[in-house]
Design a binder for this molecule. Sequence first.
Ligand code: URA
Length: 264
Amino acid sequence: MKLIRLDKLLCDAGLGTRSEVKQLLKKHNITVNGIKIIKPETKVDTENDEVAVDGKVISHEEFEYYLLNKPAGIISAAEDKKEKTVVDLIKEKKRRDLFPVGRLDRDTEGLLLITNDGHLANRLLKPGKHVDKTYFAYVKGPVNEDTKKAFLSGVDIHDETLTKPADLIILKEDESDCFKDALDYIKNSDKIDESILDEKLTGTYLTIREGRFHQVKRMFQAVGCEVIYLKRISMGLLKLTEDLPIGSYRKLTEEELKIIRSEN
Ligand code: URA
């Protein structure tokens, strides 16, 4: 049995603020197990009681978890007065308190977990316990065995300490579908000139173990390179799956939830 106030349940379900919900209780037929209720403080059992508004049953979800393949051009924030955010992309959300777990830059694409489970988010991002994150980075400039060694021993990105050891894999074009995403991104971007494709660009997977500001771009910059396209493909054991084209999302499966809860 899990008891919460009726007004909280209705707020969580996106039916308004506490005061709006109070009005709703006065003006609409809100029932708990078929009995009309007007008191906002009435306790309901979220696991067993059936709450309905004008006959429509309201489902209560304490936590929601979505896996988004973030498109470029959208900011990683819960809300913003002027711009569309990653949370605005989740149309089916029931909760009003969703947020992205960590941030991707506006022009970065790829895996973003969106939830209202603060406890899980803290565990995944806690300094020292940070889960590994792997990015596909399409890079201009010299990328070679020396770059691998530099990233493995840590590079100076003008913070207090060098970056933690990071693993770099240099890819051949047939080794990743992300090359196609990078080409689409460059062709559709109004910031990048397509003539960049005439230069030597290298596709890489970079796995980092911390989450500093613009970390991947600054690491490549530190070794004389420029990231042209960036996409996160995994966070801990959570992977971007092929059923999720850029811009789409789905709920995490039970299996995925079990996996990320067990990390750390
Ligand atoms: N590193 C970056 O530079 N940008 C991101 O969006 C994520 C990691």
